[in-house]
Design a protein around this ligand. Structure first.
Ligand SMILES: [Zn+2]
Length: 404
């Protein structure tokens, strides 16, 4: 029996009720605007911090007491990070908690959300504080080529975070339990062995604590890599085909080393962003009225750097989104090739449509979508289904292959 991929795709999309679809579109489109408003908030916050003169005041006092430049950049950096967090908090609450609650995407109480926000800020302040010290050290030493060294520093920081995140950071927010024994685990282990993914690191975590999103992820690098599925998947009735489709996708990220590819691109982008910051610094300083800030090596100029970064980050959104879309599409292809669950994958994708409207226009997808649209992903799965026999010997186990 032959399959019509377009009709099959339409059939999947029709399983979303009109009300759910309308809400998903409102949530997704609103999210595009949040990108713009987020950049505006960052600029306003930078401007307010500059107006208070607190950073340049601290710098003056410390320099009068002949404190070392590293210490000055550390203290100014930490004060900046904390001020910035407090000033951005109302926006963060709106975006991260209130809006999610309104759309029924989280049941977390505000107190819980705030506690986790404070914890992650504490962690990132320590980490970013050290990075700031490193960055200003580089600016003072390397001068003209600081942006290139800065990109190198970013690479070290990103790889470090990738490695330690699943070991040291993620367990602070969620509980990760190995997938329980049973048919699902057996099937996932078999898939892992066939694809060369560590089969002892398949976890289920209590993602429902923070969000009702149907999701799974892969994180870590080298020995710390692991695949984790949110318990929301099972609360929303994930069956074996779905789990295989989703886990196959996550294994694709692992086997094709997508995080390393992303890191590589990120280093190039970081170099570009730092270079642009270097060029735009005098102009941005004037526009923000930062008269008490010296040249780019002055840590009191951090808000100026942040404001430029916010604008460039916004403009680069389509570039980073496109890069991630390519990777996501590759992971889908991996899932189809190795798990061969086009219907399982589609069923899972339909459940993600509540937070990613399924059928954006091409331009909307290019600009704003960090995953290919659900419609395009399902069509790819259905095209696969049309040309490949149903499960069983999808990718035959190596032992069954004729010897070459
Ligand atoms: Zn993915």
């Amino acid at each position: 029996m032959s399959i019509d991929p377009a009709a099959e795709t339409a059939r999947w999309l029709a399983t979303i009720s009109p009300e759910d679809l309308e809400r998903a579109v409102a949530y997704t489109r609103g999210g595009h605007w949040l990108l713009l408003w987020g950049a505006v908030v960052s600029i306003v916050v930078a401007w307010i911090i500059i107006r208070t003169g607190i950073l340049s005041g601290i710098r003056d006092r410390m320099e009068r007491r002949r404190k070392r430049p590293k210490l000055v950049s550390l203290v100014v950096g930490v004060v900046y990070l904390l001020m910035s967090w407090v000033l951005t908090l109302p926006w963060a609450i709106y975006q991260g908690w209130w809006r999610e609650t309104q759309y029924g995407l989280t049941e977390q109480p505000l107190a819980g959300w705030l506690g986790e926000a404070a914890l992650s800020t504490a962690i990132s302040t320590v980490f970013a504080g050290l990075l700031i010290v490193g960055l200003y050290f580089i600016i003072r030493r390397a001068r003209r080529l600081w942006w290139a060294w800065g990109a190198g520093l970013t690479a070290v920081a990103v790889v470090f975070m990738l490695i330690v995140s699943p070991i040291l950071i993620e367990p602070l927010f969620n509980t990760y339990t190995p997938a329980p024994d049973g048919a699902m685990r057996d099937s996932v282990v078999e898939l892992a062995q066939r694809t060369g993914t560590p089969d002892d690191k398949i976890f289920i975590y209590d993602g429902s604590k923070q969000s009702d999103r149907y999701t799974a992820n892969v994180s870590g690098l080298f020995g710390s890599a692991r695949v984790a599925m949110s318990d929301v998947m099972f609360a929303k009735g994930a069956d074996l085909a779905e789990v295989r489709g989703v886990v196959g996708h996550e294994m694709g990220h692992y086997v094709h080393m997508h995080s390393l590819w992303m890191t590589g691109v990120l280093i190039v982008l970081a170099g570009l962003v730092f270079w642009l910051i270097d060029r735009l610094f005098p102009l941005a300083k004037r526009l923000l009225g930062a008269n008490r800030v010296g040249d780019i090596s002055d840590p009191a100029g951090l808000p100026v750097l942040a404001a430029i970064g916010a604008v460039i980050g916004l403009l680069l959104t389509p570039v980073t989104n496109t890069m991630i879309r390519v990777i996501e599409s590759d992971a889908d292809q991996f899932s189809l090739t190795h798990a061969n669950e086009p219907d399982g994958l589609s069923k899972a994708l339909i459940k993600t449509a509540e937070y990613r409207a399924p059928s954006p226009s091409a331009i909307e997808e290019i600009l704003f979508y960090d995953h290919p649209s659900v419609e395009n992903r399902i069509r790819m799965a259905m095209e696969w289904k049309a040309t490949h026999p149903a499960n069983a010997p999808a990718a035959a186990p190596a032992a069954a292959m004729p010897a070459r």
